[in-house]
Design a protein around this ligand. Structure first.
Ligand code: F6P
Length: 358
């Protein structure tokens, strides 16, 4: 049995992409007569016909390597069917190149946007298999995505290191963690790093609640030192009642670079405690995957090879409990796995005194 497989990584990168690519390739070579075509820079390469034949040795020595050997790009799903200035019909071009490469299937490694386009291509008749990657851990119907736990490790280390300097100076430190829509990374790293306040996009906050949490802690400890872990997409209760555009316009009027700078300023003004901001940013997506993510990405890759072998296309790999499984792309595309406001983990955090500002 022969299979010619196109493979691409799309959207924001994360640790574990290469481990997953290697998993797909190694298992495919074991299971059937596999040929690989590496598509450069995500869907952009598929649109523009930028790809290369790959061989066994290309997949060697990449297990621990961060980033993606294929390159990636953001190609917004909302524009996929829009003809832009370059006059290219992107969907037609992708189908054309799939044919030109003589593919039996296409494996797409990516997050929510990637899954939407993967589903679009499946609906257009291509054989597509998805793999869920993202540090945000917000893909529907999988317990976990690869890249997430490495980012949790990194963000936790940032919080740990900030703790010591916050303590020395008696400062309020506002640490901005990645996650625009979903707050999983902030929730996990905030608990792991012993944050005093955790703010998530899913749980709009009131400034007075955050201020009183800081003051309460200062009274107890006779010191103003406090750690606030803020997801970059966090918002106040008032902002949560606004439409996205209205909120963006309001923020644009601010002199602040991001939510954390505004919050730190407000806390300093309200409490008089010296406040500082730390934004680890893309640091959270860099470097080698953790052992957990190496194993997860490898297992996801192996499972994708099984799906290819069995021609179970139009699917995406997922973890349920401790079992790797798959879901139809159509059921996953367009949905986001948010932190449920009242989930046990949030309740647990509240029960050890962590404030969520609500
Ligand atoms: O989706 C992963 C993510 O890291 C988000 O947490 C973050 O908001 C976004 O990507 C940053 O995107 P970019 O790399 O395009 O700046």
């Amino acid at each position: 049995m022969k299979r010619r497989i196109g493979i691409l990584t799309s959207g924001g990168d994360c640790p574990g992409l290469n481990a997953a690519i290697r998993g797909v390739a190694r298992a495919s070579y074991e299971m059937f007569d596999a040929e690989f075509i590496g598509i450069s820079d995500g869907y952009r390469g598929l649109i523009q016909g930028e790809y290369r034949e790959m061989h066994k040795e290309d997949f060697s020595g990449i297990l621990t390597l961060g980033g993606t050997i294929l390159g990636t790009s953001r190609q917004p799903y909302r524009n996929m069917r829009v003809i832009e200035a370059d006059n290219i019909d992107k969907v037609a071009a992708m189908k054309e190149n799939y044919k030109k490469m003589k593919l039996d299937c296409l494996v797409t490694l990516g997050g929510n946007g990637t899954h939407k386009t993967a589903n679009l291509l499946a609906e257009e008749g291509l054989n597509v298999i998805g793999l869920p990657k993202t540090i945000d851990n917000d893909i529907w119907a999988t317990d976990v995505t690869f890249g997430f736990h490495t980012a949790v490790d990194i963000a936790t280390e940032v919080i740990d290191r900030i703790h010591t300097t916050a303590n020395s100076h008696g400062r309020v430190m506002v640490i901005e963690i990645m996650g625009n829509k979903a707050g999983w990374l902030t929730l996990y790293s905030g608990i792991a790093g012993g944050a005093d306040v955790i703010l998530l996009p899913e749980i709009p906050y009131s400034l007075d609640k955050v201020v009183s949490a800081v003051e309460k802690r200062a009274k107890k400890k006779k010191r103003s030192f406090a750690i606030i872990a803020v997801a970059e997409g966090s918002m106040t209760k008032e902002e949560s009642n606004m439409k996205g555009k209205e909120r963006a316009a309001l923020r644009a009027k601010d002199k602040y670079q991001s939510i954390s700078y505004r919050l730190a300023d407000q806390i300093q003004n309200e409490t008089g405690f010296e406040s500082r901001v730390v934004v680890p940013g893309h640091f959270q997506r860099g470097g080698s995957p953790s052992p957990y993510d190496r194993v997860l990405a490898t297992r996801f890759g192996v499972y994708a090879a099984r799906l290819i072998k069995n021609e179970q296309y139009g699917t995406t790999v997922a973890m349920k409990g401790d079992t790797v499984t798959h879901n139809p792309l159509s059921e996953v595309a367009g949905k986001t796995k948010f932190v449920p406001k009242d989930c046990q983990m949030v309740e647990d955090a509240k029960d050890i005194g962590i404030a969520f500002g609500n």
